[in-house]
Design a protein around this ligand. Structure first.
Ligand SMILES: Cc1cc2nc3c(=O)[nH]c(=O)nc-3n(C[C@H](O)[C@H](O)[C@H](O)COP(=O)(O)OP(=O)(O)OC[C@H]3O[C@@H](n4cnc5c(N)ncnc54)[C@H](O)[C@@H]3O)c2cc1C
Length: 254
């Protein structure tokens, strides 16, 4: 049996970012990250267009309030507005932090981080790394996890949560190369297994977006929230589902 203090299931941007935050807070923790794909092959690598933050590098009229308003309006007023406020307020700081971690953002001629227009945004506030923003961020997060000594279980498939005394005590997982089954015990288990876009016939999501984490939670009898919110790109190649970058709408396409 394997044992760690914390296990995060999922090596995409959510899982890697959560792992980094845990290690920054307490580097003495023994943290494992399990991913059924190599982390850098997670679906997050497909994110092309960029990441919004009111840095005001291109438009000094932008503000976190405008970013928050655009986000709430874009959600048809269904978004959790407290969460939107945190997202919009903290986004500029997070972009600078990512840059300090080594993410190679595209630049303005004066060297500051470039920002472009995006559909639904009232100001040009999307920071990007050419057309490979997800890949650029994921690469740096994964290399920083190595710096902190996070144990990576790459190409291990988590099958189920282990529950005892009404608490999650660990997971059962399978090493894809060998077929070996293992129990991994942990004091805390975090799920960051991505979405379930692959249940649709035509989708821009990758083949690994099969909602495994949500299925495990449902099987464990635990509640799930906001299942109806599935992202669909308005621009894509039908029927294969290859994305036509959201940046095209920022430039006026519809
Ligand atoms: C084509 C495309 C372009 C996009 N562009 C943008 C963009 O420009 N800007 C933006 O902000 N957002 C964009 N998005 C959305 C963004 O990519 C996603 O919201 C984000 O990547 C989700 O990250 P995640 O870490 O939650 O999930 P994922 O990246 O899907 O990671 C899930 C992880 O969980 C692992 N996993 C799943 N099940 C198991 C299991 N059973 N056992 C072990 N591991 C498991 C996977 O291997 C993977 O490592 C885009 C989405 C698509 C489809």
């Amino acid at each position: 049996m394997l044992e760690h203090d914390i296990v995060i299931i999922g090596g995409g941007l959510a899982g890697c970012r959560a792992a980094l935050e845990v290690m920054r807070r307490d580097p003495s923790l023994d943290l494992a990250l399990v991913s059924k794909t190599h982390p850098i092959r997670s679906h997050s690598v497909a994110a092309q267009g960029g990441i919004a933050a009111a840095l005001q590098n291109v438009d000094p009229q932008d503000s976190w309030e405008a970013h928050a308003f655009d986000t709430v309006k874009g959600s048809d007023y269904l978004a959790d507005q407290d969460a939107v406020e945190i997202l919009a307020r903290e986004a500029p700081e997070v972009i600078i932090d990512l840059e300090h971690l080594g993410v190679l953002f595209s630049r303005l001629p004066d060297g500051r981080i470039a920002q472009r227009a995006f559909g639904g945004h009232s100001h040009p506030r999307t920071c990007y790394a050419a057309d490979k923003t997800g890949q650029a961020i994921l690469h740096e997060l994964v290399s920083n996890l190595k710096r902190f000594g996070v144990k990576l279980y790459s190409e291990w498939y988590v099958l189920d949560l282990i529950l005892a005394e009404n608490q999650v005590q660990g997971v059962v997982m399978l090493e894809q190369a060998s077929g070996r089954l293992e129990v991994l015990r942990a004091k805390a288990v975090m799920l960051a297994t991505g979405g379930y876009g692959r249940i649709y016939n035509s989708t821009s999501n990758d083949f690994a977006s099969t909602g495994d984490g949500m299925a495990m939670v449902a099987r464990a009898g635990l509640p799930l929230q906001d299942m109806e919110f599935v992202q669909f790109h308005p621009t894509g190649l039908y029927p294969v589902g290859v994305l036509i970058s959201e940046a095209v709408r920022g430039e006026g396409a519809y």
